[in-house]
Design a protein around this ligand. Structure first.
Ligand SMILES: [Zn+2]
Length: 340
């Protein structure tokens, strides 16, 4: 039996979930953790389809039956997807309450009603608490799937009531094959400029979304500019740099709230790479490409300094989420870092 053929890699995860669905021992809630573009939504929709598939016996989900097809194009009434709206920084309690009320209605036609919350790490603590009731005692035949990029913001009570799944990074060959198959742009690059294609695959760190961004020239320029902004901030947080340099690096970050928040999140990932590197070199980086670039970035900084910066950036992210003025919050952050 083959499980979740739409998702590349992640062999043991696919087998584990597929077997539990086949045997009827179905967890009522999952917490799927992975980078953007790592296949979390593909897996979540795959689970929804596998729970309700009416098709063949060799592959689960079959991908061919009416149920599978409708779930894949997100047109099944019993499979609901909650995403954070682009204008908002978080998912609030009212949206969760609405979803929760829906869980108690009986299914329209499916065996299982599946609720996928795409940005679970963006649920406010109140929203997570509102979800706890259904995670503790879910209505019959309801499966809740939370997707997140990192579990720092997920309450322990939520974590303990869900089955945790970590998406794995893809190997270079898995990624080449897959990206070449789903993107015409990638397929063209692979054919016409295989060397550049290989570089893109290497630079994408095993994440599909990142590879696709790098292949699209327009996106690739944006991504590079975003990274350069973060790298400028990182070099400016060194105690050896002046306040003016630090301030100027922070005010160069994007000023639209959602973009500022994304930039700070990227900065937190970079800092976390650096802190892990200080503690135990060799851990797989998330923001940086390799150990050497982390080493260069944090040569002048102690673990203690990095930790203090991390805390301050996290606190600033929080205040900006709560609608603080962006320029003022970033200027304050720069002066606080200087005081460490
Ligand atoms: Zn099917």
């Amino acid at each position: 039996m083959e499980f979740f053929p739409e998702l590349i890699g992640n062999g043991s995860t696919k087998n584990r979930i597929g077997s539990s669905i086949l045997s009827g021992r179905i967890p009522h809630a999952f917490l799927i953790d992975g980078d953007a573009g790592s296949g979390k939504t593909t897996l979540a929709l795959g689970i929804a389809a596998a729970l309700n598939c009416e098709g063949g016996k060799d592959v689960l989900p079959c991908g061919e039956c009416g149920v599978c097809k409708r779930i894949k194009r997100r047109g099944h009434p019993d499979v609901k997807l909650l995403e954070k709206s682009r204008e908002r920084a978080s998912i609030g309690v009212s949206e969760v309450k609405e979803l929760r009320a829906d869980m108690f209605l009986s299914a329209t036609e499916a065996r299982y009603k599946v609720y996928i919350i795409s940005d679970a790490d963006k649920l406010t603590p109140e929203a997570q608490n509102a979800l706890l009731i259904v995670l503790e005692e879910p209505p019959p035949s309801v499966v809740i799937i939370l997707l997140c990029e990192g579990t720092d913001k997920i309450l322990t009570t939520v974590k303990s009531r869900t089955q945790y799944i970590a998406m794995s990074r893809f190997s270079r060959s898995e990624l080449s094959t897959y990206v070449g198959a789903i993107s015409a742009e990638a397929e063209r690059l692979m054919r016409l400029d295989p060397e550049k294609f290989d570089t893109v695959i290497a630079e994408s760190g095993g994440v599909i979304g990142r590879a696709l961004e790098l292949i699209d020239p327009e996106r690739s320029r944006e991504v590079k500019e975003r990274r350069d902004d973060i790298l400028a901030v990182i070099s400016a947080i060194s105690p050896k740099r002046s306040y003016a340099e630090l301030h100027s690096a922070f005010v160069s970050l994007p000023t639209k709230r959602q973009d500022t928040l994304s930039a700070l999140e990227e900065l937190l990932r970079a800092l976390s790479d650096m802190i892990k590197h200080k503690r135990a070199p060799g851990a797989e980086p998330v923001f940086f490409r390799d150990a050497e670039s982390i080493e260069n970035a944090c040569a002048e900084m102690s673990e203690k300094h990095l930790l203090a910066v991390y805390e301050l950036v996290l606190a600033t992210h929080e205040t900006i989420t709560k609608n603080a003025g962006i320029a003022a919050a970033l200027a304050k952050l720069a002066s606080e870092i200087k005081l460490i």
